[in-house]
Design a protein around this ligand. Structure first.
Ligand SMILES: [Zn+2]
Length: 239
């Protein structure tokens, strides 16, 4: 079963299973209360969350990772490149916004004090619970899903595939201010396009983005030509 324990801004999917649950990402820090409430309402014991699948180290995906680790005994599956970002507690500012509307949106965020994209750095005590996808432990784990690398939005992004459902994180987006399912921030456009090719090749029954409603693979095919028209609008890094 797929539950969405997120909010209007960002989805937090929980894949429930007999042997425990998999939580995909941990929202913005201020989403933790809502997350906990939804968990309780769904009658889910937090100790049954065995895995936190961290798609990438961004403030709206790792916002309450410490709190989630604190309330569970879960291991965190993530790309090795995400570790540094988690310890730093701030998004990378490499790349740029994927269009004028996205750029405007980012400027508005910074006016409202959200421009530094910081989050609580991973606490030292939790570093032993990280399982990077290049580790021996990862290879020996019998995970109930497939991990697919999805660079472009960030270098550290991974997606989760299970039973025809692709949880694509920020490889695509289906909410304001996204146009044509394109995410608003892209670190590397070439890699981003390649990840769209990968998603189309997988051809899942349904794609669950981190932002907005699920959609069909056909949308990617329809909008892929638009990717060639994208140019990036960099933002100045705020310290
Ligand atoms: Zn992101």
């Amino acid at each position: 079963m797929v539950l969405n324990l997120g909010n209007r801004v960002v989805n937090n999917y929980l894949l429930t299973g007999e042997d425990g649950h998999v939580l995909i990402d941990t929202g913005y820090a201020n989403g933790f209360r809502g997350f906990r409430k939804k968990l309780a309402k769904a009658n889910i014991d937090s100790k049954d969350i065995k895995i936190i699948f961290l798609t990438h180290a961004h403030d709206d995906h790792a916002g309450f990772l410490n709190e989630a680790l604190n309330m569970t005994d879960a291991m965190v599956v993530l790309h090795p490149k995400a570790v540094e970002g988690l310890k730093r507690g701030q998004n990378s500012f490499e790349g740029g916004c994927s269009g004028r509307l996205a750029y405007l949106f980012c400027l508005i965020l910074s006016v409202f004090g959200h421009g530094d994209h910081r989050f609580s750095p991973l606490r030292e005590e939790f570093t032993g619970r990280l399982v990077t996808t290049d580790s021996e432990l990862f290879r020996t784990m019998d995970l109930p899903f497939q991990v697919i690398e999805a660079p472009g939005h960030t270098a550290d992004q991974v997606m989760l595939l299970k039973d025809g459902m692709l949880f694509c994180a920020d490889a695509a987006m289906n909410d304001f201010p996204s146009i044509h399912r394109v995410i608003i921030w892209i670190e590397d456009l070439k890699q981003y396009k390649r990840t769209w090719d990968v998603m189309q090749k997988i051809d899942p029954d349904i794609i669950y983005p981190a932002h907005g409603k699920p959609f069909k693979t056909a949308d990617l095919k329809k909008y892929a030509p638009y990717l060639d028209r994208i140019r990036l609008f960099p933002l100045k890094r705020r310290q």
